[in-house]
Design a protein around this ligand. Sequence first.
Ligand code: ZN
Length: 388
Amino acid sequence: MLRTTIPLGRVAGIRVGAHWSALVTLGLFTYLLGRSLTDIHGNSVAVWLVAVTGAIGLFASLLSHELAHSIIARRSGTRVEAVVLWLLGGVSELGDEPKNPRSDLRIAMAGPLTSFVLGAAFLGVAALVGALVSGPVPAMLGWLAAMNLILAVFNLLPGAPLDGGRVLRALVWRHTGDRLRASTIAAYSGQILGTGLLILGGAELLLVGDGGGLWLMLLGWFLYSAANRELAAAGLRHRLGDTRIRDVMTEHPLSVPVDWSVADLLRSHIVHTDHRVFPVIDQAGRPIGELAWSDLTALPAAARETTAVQRVARPLPPTARVSGEEPLAIVASQVVLRPDFDVIAVIDPHGRLIGVVTATDLTLAVQRSALGLPTHRPERYPPPNTAL
Ligand SMILES: [Zn+2]
């Protein structure tokens, strides 16, 4: 979801990144903490430095929460892609789903437990420092304690994709043995929770008229739409099982070099194939765009020689650039694939194109799995001595 991130390095072997929107939150937290500190301790550079430190401390707390999820996930054999900080906190990008209810529960609980422990620790340190010095520092530490405790409690609300929703899913899964049903219940619960927060935030905005209401509404909207996606993904995942992108992709796909003109393309061997949509690649073989025949029809014939392919190609959405190891169900729930118009570009660890998945491949996989057939790409013809 958030692939355009600034890399921040690795912690315990896990890739950590930040989306630019995290800066907005960092600024907002500095402002909110700074304003409440200056009310009591006066407006000075020192007070604002304490506020910045507090906001960074909160981000470090959010990061610890996510890293706890990721470390426990990796220990229980679940692939972890990265931890990303963004507008509404942190996200652990897991490469696949927990294998059983037990690890699902442990991964989910790791985050809120970490926040509880951090909250208690900051509370202790705030009391200790408060006994020694007065001023904005103990107040900032108290604020960090409160924020961590709020974070723990909020995340335990029982609706997916919040941690509490994962806990709910794990418990239903353990009780019924039915993972689809458990995911569905957790996602419905997330929709209800999201709607509730939207209404609560709207009421606060109207009645109290402060910015907190807007923040709640944003959270509610995010939760509602994420729960919607989870619902769709749960159904797909059930049907597609553990099928990975590499199982359904077309290897050695036809691609269009970015420095071609439209006329070059129309003179190439590509026109003699039945393919209708192509990835556009740069000099290093990395996919940077996509192009369908229909993108070219509006271009006057006279302009073909002078128009670069790059001008008519569409940029490839970040969610449409994936590794072959990613589960098909997760990718399919994030990318809109229109027949003969969109393509998923499969890349190797260096970002170079190694395969494509089209809407036809996806439909075929879903239909084959509904029929109980293997979802991987079938041979074009059955071997000659296969009995029918
Ligand atoms: Zn969490």
